[in-house]
Design a protein around this ligand. Structure first.
Ligand SMILES: Cc1cc2nc3c(=O)[nH]c(=O)nc-3n(C[C@H](O)[C@H](O)[C@H](O)COP(=O)(O)OP(=O)(O)OC[C@H]3O[C@@H](n4cnc5c(N)ncnc54)[C@H](O)[C@@H]3O)c2cc1C
Length: 401
């Protein structure tokens, strides 16, 4: 019998692993077990499904020759016996196991978020799956206004999508500025200005304290007592690795499932990749690193490169949101030994560029509103290439350098 690889989760990391494994000539029966009732898809594009730009089918991802079990949630694992059991009771054996269970949205400690007893109050939504997206779109079509709690990447994408659907939107964000993990203060302000032009009002440094309404949401109360009236709330307060299954199977879990540079977890022939994995103390929570990990594991398990290792990912984030598009990579802080910072702000066009250099190397940058040079910059950053021109030219050059 040929080798059997079971992949738990049929999301972005799982699909990429299966696709690469077969493309690299791997010989094994790969089975993806996915809790969602559909084939793997590109979650990053969900905001565009919400606006209607893409149909849900159009964002489906390839998964090589893998067998796909959809609507098949794995309820328990026995890593010693190498068996898994589906929630319905069916048991399957495997030789190697890949955990790619992703992450769940964090539900913030806000009073009145839930119905008693039960799930979220009517009108309150998270956005992680196509099913969440469908419910949100249905509700948005009837809503008069929306509040997004959280001003990170997901919150900004959701707010932009809801504004595109014609709703007045307010973002409540606890941090000092939008997307403070990736943008500096000036970029955050420029983004806020861009959102304002789309009809999105942002309240930074504010915390949502309570959701008002008996059966349905009627408003969001801020910590200062101010009330935002609304009939639709989207929660975008980050994600938490989905580790329950790994934890009950006795695998080592801290924030995520602990893996080494081979992406191996703490039991033999057991691996973890994507949002559920914690590598060198980092849970990435981004598609790029999830795919890099999938590529490394596919190279190892297919035999194409049995010594491939994942040593970390160079931070690179990109938001494609029409006029609000930006890319941020590497070190974006202003100060540090040996760092030179170049900036160009174009208030008329609403663009902002910042490059952080160490000597002739690009170690970080932010491009907002004008991404003409993004390909050249991110290539130079990822390959650690020396920059070929006078640094000041880089800010104004159009196209590749
Ligand atoms: C709206 C949105 C926008 C985003 N935008 C960006 C972006 O711009 N850039 C970026 O880099 N990242 C973005 N992300 C994050 C990105 O989508 C994730 O990093 C990526 O999906 C991680 O892939 P994964 O396979 O680890 O997890 P997922 O894609 O979440 O897949 C995990 C799958 O496993 C399934 N599963 C879990 N437990 C079980 C079980 N026990 N049995 C069977 N199946 C199970 C889940 O149902 C899920 O389908 C965004 C996410 C969202 C929701």
């Amino acid at each position: 019998m040929s080798r059997r690889i079971a992949v738990v989760g049929a999301g972005m990391a799982a699909a990429r692993f299966a696709e690469r494994f077969h493309a690299l000539g791997g010989e094994a029966e790969v089975t993806l077990y996915g809790a969602e009732p559909r084939a793997p898809y590109n979650r990053v594009l969900l905001a565009d499904v919400l606006t209607g730009r893409y149909d849900a089918e159009a964002i489906t991802l390839p998964s090589g020759d893998a067998a796909l079990r959809v609507g098949a949630e794995v309820g328990s694992l026995d890593t010693a016996a190498r068996t898994l059991r589906l929630v319905g009771g069916e048991q399957q054996s495997y030789d190697q196991l890949v955990l790619a269970t992703g992450a769940n949205p964090v539900l913030p400690p806000i009073r009145g978020l839930r119905r008693e007893p039960g799930g979220l109050k009517a009108g309150v939504h998270a956005l992680r799956t196509v099913s969440d997206c469908r419910q949100l779109a249905e509700h948005a079509a009837r809503a008069r206004r929306a509040v997004v709690v959280g001003g990170g990447v997901l919150g900004v994408s959701a707010a932009r999508a809801l504004a595109a659907l014609g709703l007045p939107v307010e973002i409540v964000h606890q941090g000092p500025q939008l997307i403070e993990r990736q943008l500096d203060e000036q970029a955050g302000r420029a983004l806020q200005g861009g959102l304002a032009r789309l009809g999105v009002v942002t309240y930074c440094g504010n915390r949502a304290r309570a959701v008002r309404g008996a059966e349905r949401v009627t408003g969001v109360e801020l910590a200062g007592g101010y009330l935002l009236e609304t009939d639709l709330v989207v929660l975008a307060c980050g994600v938490r690795p989905r580790t329950g299954l790994a934890h009950s199977a006795g695998l080592l879990v801290r924030t995520g499932v602990l893996v080494d540079d081979r992406l191996a977890a703490s039991a033999a022939d057991t691996y973890a990749i994507g949002d559920c994995a914690e590598h060198r103390g980092v849970v990435h929570g981004l598609a790029g690193p999830a795919w890099e990990q999938a590529d490394v594991l596919a190279a190892r398990l297919s035999g194409a490169d049995p010594d491939a290792v994942f040593t970390g990912s160079r931070p690179l984030a990109r938001l494609s949101a029409g006029p609000l598009e930006y890319a941020a990579f590497g070190e974006v802080a202003d100060e540090g030994p040996g760092l030179d910072v170049l900036r160009l702000t174009d208030a008329t066009r609403g663009s902002y560029k910042k490059l952080v250099l160490r000597g002739d190397r690009l170690v970080g940058g932010i491009l907002l509103g004008d991404l003409a040079t993004v390909g050249a910059f991110t290539r130079a950053y990822e390959r650690d290439d020396p920059l070929p021109r006078e640094p000041l030219h880089l800010l104004t050059t159009l196209g590749a350098f």
